[in-house]
Design a protein around this ligand. Sequence first.
Ligand code: NDP
Length: 326
Amino acid sequence: MRALLLNKEPTFNASVSAIAAPVLSAGDVRVEIDYSTLNYKDGLAITNAAPVVRLWPMVAGIDGAGTVLESQHPDWKAGDAFVLNGWGVGETHWGCLAEQACLKGDWLVRRPAAFSARQAMAIGTAGYTAMLCVMALERHGVQPVDGEVLVTGASGGVGSVAVALLSSLGYRVVASTGKLAEAAYLQALGAHEVIDRAALSAAGKPMQAERWAAVVDSVGSHTLANALAQTRYGGAVAACGLAQGRDLPTTVVPFILRNVALLGVDSVMAPRALRQTAWDRLARDLDSNKLESMVEEVSLDQAVEKAQALMAGQVRGRIVVKIAAN
Ligand code: NDP
């Protein structure tokens, strides 16, 4: 099969190679991948910018969508449509930037009928994480009447889907971006206002004028600290990313004086039931026209170059990777 293989001997190398298809073992399913995608973590792995890969050589690709070919798992049979996100796939287990993969049946989610494999990968881990963030805010009790919701890293994958989802759900969304040239794109996704991320990315006071009822943050560092400092009394911030940095230079003040909640969001090890709920919600709440406006499609052969562009901040929205050569 053709696969995007990552090697570290003699030096790091990422290239599309012909390799033997993986062998099915107990509890696994063998799947045909129609589409995969490039998330931030795929960018890190494919450019070797961070130690994402723990086992070498590795087939890249943390997400996949396609059809079950063969199953040794009671929940899955040949012909079933699936989505796979995370679980260490592409990190410790061969991934989905490949024509086939062997995956644990427990890891797969049923692909909602509303989505083609391409649409499922247009959403990918980034979009499913955006949904997990929205669900975390809802569990906290956030509602559209509460006020403005800030989305940081808005032109990125998580950010674009979060803007589209929140706007469809009736929230007044403020999009923070470093790409002000993408203001019209973000407004078309549903942003009421677009602000320059420079207003949030420098060191600031731990308590500032109250503005946000809630925040979806994929950026971390000073941006997250400032978002917390500007969140209104009793509001909530869903934090899922570290595009600016993994640090969080703040104090306890927003938590103990403003009753602000910081909600951590992880997609990789999220339980299966929560994943299925998130995917079913995406099928209900995500506007398919908005989703299409986020997408750029590339071939498997173009994936390395696109991963480099993603890491260089030159990508808007979501990239889907078509696996079949034609
Ligand atoms: P993308 O690369 O698509 O988007 C990231 C966006 O962050 C960029 O488009 C840019 O948006 C903004 N950004 C980039 N660099 C900086 C910087 N130095 N300072 C401020 N903003 C910056 O990535 P994804 O959307 O796929 O992922 C976003 C983050 O979320 C990543 O850190 C990723 O690891 C994390 N993530 C976490 C998950 C989890 O399970 N917790 C799952 C999925 C993603 P703009 O130009 O609009 O400002």
